[in-house]
Structures are given as C-alpha cells and as structure tokens.
Design a protein around this ligand. Structure first.
Ligand SMILES: [Zn+2]
Length: 616
C-alpha cells in the first residue's frame, strides 16, 4: 500500500434528506428512500475523458393518484422485439450476477429472467428510435433498495474534443460520443450503469398494460436508458449556489438551458447565487431547435422546482408533461402507468444534443444497414478467443472475455459455466461486440467458456469448437494467515496472503437510521506492492505505520473531513491504533485497533483476489 494508489472518496454529500426532498405538489418525503453515494469524478491523463461525473439520477414513485393508471403504448416495442435485426442501434446489456456490485458498490441479486425481458424491450425501444454504429453497453443490477426509489442510473463516462464532436470544449456522454465518433472510445467502460429496486411489484410484461399497484419496468428502464443517452447535465445546487461543468467545460445538455428571459445558463457566473436561483426558478427552459419544433414551436420547460431536488431537478421534463405522450422523461412514474413512447419532445431534445434519429438520412445510414442487414453470403468465418488465455490462473473475479472478429458475423454469443463438459446451457448475446465484461465470479473456481458467431446462414464456434478455461484467484475469505486483524469494535483489514499486492482497500460506515455508506475506497493503478514493510494511506482518510520482524507496529488513522449524512455532519478522527505481530518472520496477523471509530460492516471480496477489506 503506497503512493501508487488512486484514491477517491465516495463522499456523502448527496445522502442527506435535506438535499433530497420530493418537491412540490408531489410532496411526501420518504425518510427511508435509498440514495446511492456520490461518485468522485476523475479525469483521464490527457484530460479528454471524464469518469464518474454524470450525476446519479433517481426515478421515484409518483404518489399522486391522478398520475396513476396512465397508459401510452408504442408500436416501437412490438416492432423492435419482432425484428431486432431492423434496429438502427444495438445494445449490449450485462446483467450483474448475484454477489456482484453496481458502480456505487451496491450488492446485486439475481436479475430475474422476466425482468431481463422487460429491460431488453426498453433497450429495443431506443434501438429503433436512434441510430448508432457503435453498440451501447449497459451494466444492469437488481438490488434491494429502501423507500420509494424505483431505480437509479448515472456514472457514465464522458468525452470531449474527440473526432466527430459537434461542439468543442464540451463534454458528451459515452454513448453519444461513441455514436458521433463511430468507434467505441472507451471499450473498457460501460456506457450506462442502471440499478433497479427488487422490492417493487414490477410489471414485466411488454404490452403497456400494468395493473393498478404495479410499476411498469419497460417504462422505467426506457427512462433510465434515456438519461444514459445524455438526457442529463452537470448543474448542481448547494445552499443557494448553483454551478455547472467539470474541468472548466459544460456538458452538451447544459449548453441548451436558459432562463425564462432567454439568458443562457452557460452565460451565468459559475458558481453563483444567480445560477442557484435559475436552477430553482420553476422557469428553466431547453432551447434546441428540434425539441422546440416538437413542442409546438415553444421552448421546452424543464423540471426546476423552487426547492432543489437532487437527482430529479434539472434532469427531467417539467410536470406539465405528465399524462402526455411526452411524460416518459418526467421525474416520477405512477403505478399502473406505462409509457413506451419516448415522445417527440424527448427525441427532439436528443437530436439537439447530437443523436441521429432512426430513419434520418445520414452518412451512417448508408453503411449501417450494410453492416447489420446485408444478407450473408456464407456462414461466419473461423475466429479465435483471445483473453483470458486458455488455462490462465489467478484471474480477477470481474474478467473481460474477448475474441477476434469473425468475417460475415452479424452477432456473437458467449457461454460460460463451471462444468468442464464442452456443452452450453445458456448462450448470451453480445450483439456485435467482440468482448464482454463479467463480474461476481467465484474465487478459486475454474470457468469454461466458448463464443460463437452468427449470421443468417449459420453459426461458427471459436477455436474450431474448443472451449477455453481460466481460474479465478483465491480471495480472502476470513481470518487466514497473512491478514491484519482487529478485535471488538475495531477496524480490521486484510492484505493478500503473500503480502505482495493489494487490489482494493475500502471502509464503510453504518449510521443508524441512515444506511451504510462507503467512506473510503482506494484502488491502485495496478496491484500495488507493499514495500519495505511500510504502509500508508493519505488523503481524507489516512493511516500509516511500519512493520517488520519486530513484534509491534503503530500508526494513526482518521478522517480529516466528512460530508453531511442524514442532515448533520460527522467529524472524523484521527484515531490512534496499534498493531502486533503474531509471527516474527512471516507475519500471520496483526491487530489494528481504531479507537473511537464507527467503522463497521463487512465487504465481500467480490473484486478479485487482491482485496483489503475492513470487517467488524
Ligand atoms: Zn430520471
């Protein structure tokens, strides 16, 4: 553990009930509503890619009876499901398996098959609404959330000043940037991250006809996907002050926002009280030519209630669109309601942002149908898997499977299981993508996998039909030789048994009545060595000390600052602690007492073998 760690604090600033009241007539603050923790943004080395900066947005239950039972079907779903090859864009959806986590660290449970059907239908709506030659990748999680939070999304990567960007010095979300560029600018990162609340009575049919009391998953999923298509911006509000942008650049969505008096948001002093007033003015407008044309020639009113509602304000259409064909992108959905039609205002808005709509004549429509629809003249050509290498051991629990392209292939499917029988139970499509990211695989377990390429004339298995295998590294599973341990009300964290590498160090804090939050997470660029028997963490959480063949080590740890939680502030340490070796040559354990801390909770070792975790 040394200075090669990237550190990011998963701050607590959005977790306060004060910043998340449900505003206005829809009222009804739900004290237990789940909100995921804020992700800390960071830039790539060249400054042209931005991660974790797309705001986390939530979709809430609408308690207003007048907003329930509204049904707006759309022919797009049936059409898209019936003829996926005709879609003008493709989606590659990774459903996190049980035991994996979403981008925010929330544990996922098994994504039900009927829910996958509904989610695929939501993606199909957009696949037949927009055009893109680059598959749009989504990481989808099914998780137990408290309160009236139906789901949330965010954290998608952003890019600026890439080839094909319509406006310079402006951030575009990954899905749109890829489409404009014509290539996947960030193949290792999901374009969208979406999590749903498993506790709800979801209606998973695709017929726009949920009964009273049930929530239509197709509608909610289509809504969240729209946020991942750049229907969200960067504006923030805190204690009267508004701000926008990152690293000095606005998001493309921000550049269309203006006041009732037509003053552009991006011309306001940033940050400023004036901007804060605009964001809570109930008089905020999107002024793009296509959205305006779809709205009867009038600018589009956006949701900007007098009380800022984090996760809802700024990122949705105004409540005046409720009950209309355009209500998919209002901030809440009522039970027994369904809207499977994105609506002309939302599609116009997306076109203003830079999307090419399905059916529009552009350069991409010339070659896209050729790629996706040209009748194959022969079955897919021979191709080979590439990674993980056959027989590889010590793999992380979230490997990426990849393979070379097959000539004439229109889609790929992969199969993975733990049976060494060269047989597949379930093939999973990756659309046209030649890789897929997995997560939540089991430590110390061997997996067997195969990929096949498809077109209308047949199927070709990779490597001439030979399956490949790899083995996940052993993860820490509790007190075993080589860990650092505490006792009683103290922090303990593990290092790998051989003490040579650390993959992640994390601490959670549990606040009674408020839930559990990440407060610190450090991930090294690579596996960081522990050198010279010294260790340290720096930053808002810090700890340091030394150990060697002596019998004791000491250090301090603490938090120098701490965000608001449940409406009040927590102050951190420092907390002192001491450590004792129990083996004077190769340490087998070390006691680390964090005096006065409130660190609790355990973190499962889902990220792979090299994990340091705090446990109570
Ligand atoms: Zn939303």
């Amino acid at each position: 553990m040394n200075k090669t760690f990237n550190k990011f604090i998963v701050a607590l600033s959005i977790a306060s009930l004060f910043v998340f009241p449900l505003a206005g007539v829809n009222g009804g603050v739900q004290a237990q509503d789940f909100y995921p923790p804020t992700l800390e943004p960071y830039l790539s080395a060249d400054g042209l890619a931005l991660y974790n900066a797309a705001p986390t947005l939530v979709i809430m239950v609408d308690p207003n009876p007048a907003m329930q039972g509204i049904k707006i079907p759309a022919p797009e779903v049936d059409k898209a499901l019936a003829d996926p090859v005709a879609a003008s864009a493709t989606f590659s959806i990774t459903y996190v398996v049980a035991g994996g986590t979403d981008l925010w660290g929330k544990a996922c449970t098994t994504f039900p098959e009927d829910a996958k059907t509904a989610f695929n239908a939501a993606a199909a709506i957009w696949a037949s609404t927009l055009q893109s030659s680059v598959p749009i990748t989504i990481k989808a999680c099914w998780a137990s959330l408290s309160g009236t939070t139906l789901g949330y999304s965010g954290g998608q990567p952003l890019r600026r000043d890439f080839s094909g960007a319509p406006q310079g010095n402006t951030w575009y979300q990954g899905s749109l940037a890829n489409s404009l560029n014509g290539n996947d600018l960030d193949p290792a990162t999901f374009d969208m991250n979406i999590t749903y609340n498993s506790n709800y009575a979801w209606y998973t049919g695709t017929d726009s006809n949920p009964p009273a009391g049930q929530y239509d998953l197709v509608t909610v999923a289509a809504h969240e996907i729209a946020h991942g298509l750049n229907f969200s911006g960067s504006a923030q509000y805190s204690e009267g002050i508004g701000s926008y942008g990152y690293d000095g650049f606005p998001y493309i969505y921000d550049t269309f926002m203006e006041s009732g008096g037509e003053t552009k948001l991006t011309s306001y002093t940033n940050p400023s009280a004036d901007l804060g007033s605009l964001l809570t003015s109930d008089n905020l407008w999107f002024n793009g030519s296509n959205a305006k044309a779809a709205n009867g020639g009038t600018r589009v009113k956006m949701y900007a209630p007098g009380t800022w509602s984090g996760g809802s304000s700024y990122a949705h259409l105004d409540e005046i669109f409720n009950g209309t064909v355009n209500d998919m992108m209002t901030y809440s959905v009522g039970s027994g309601s369904a809207n499977h039609n994105p609506g002309p205002v939302t599609t116009g808005l997306l076109k203003d942002l830079g999307w090419v709509l399905a059916g529009e004549t552009t350069v991409s429509t010339i070659y896209l149908p050729l790629v996706l629809r040209a009748p194959a003249s022969s079955p897919p050509g021979d191709f080979n898997k590439s990674a993980p290498a056959n027989g590889a051991t010590g793999q992380l629990a979230n490997p990426t499977l990849s393979w070379g392209a097959s000539s004439n292939a229109t889609s790929y499917e992969y199969c993975i299981d733990t049976s060494n029988d060269n047989a597949c139970t379930t093939w999973t499509s990756t659309a046209a993508s030649t890789s897929v990211g997995l997560s939540g695989l089991t430590p110390a377990t061997s997996y067997y996998w195969q990929v096949r390429a498809n077109n209308t004339l047949g199927t070709t298995n990779a490597n001439g039909g030979t399956w490949w295998a790899f083995t996940i590294a052993s993860g820490p599973s509790g007190p075993t030789p080589g860990f650092w341990q505490s006792s009683g009300d103290t922090t303990e964290f593990y290092v790998t048994p051989d003490r040579t590498t650390v993959r992640e160090f994390s601490i959670l804090v549990d606040l009674p009545g408020c839930g559990t939050y990440w407060i610190y997470r450090a991930i090294p660029d690579g596996d960081a060595p522990i050198s010279s028997n010294q260790f340290s963490f720096s930053g808002p959480f810090y700890a340091s000390g030394t150990f060697d063949s002596s019998t004791a080590a000491q250090g301090t740890s603490g938090l120098s600052s701490f965000g608001p939680v449940c409406g009040y502030y927590w102050d951190g340490g420092p907390w002192s602690w001491s450590a004792t070796w129990q083996n004077d040559s190769q340490p087998t354990s070390m006691l680390a007492h964090a005096v006065g801390s409130e660190f609790v909770e355990s973190v499962p070792a889902t990220e792979g073998a090299y994990i340091a975790i705090p446990v109570k």
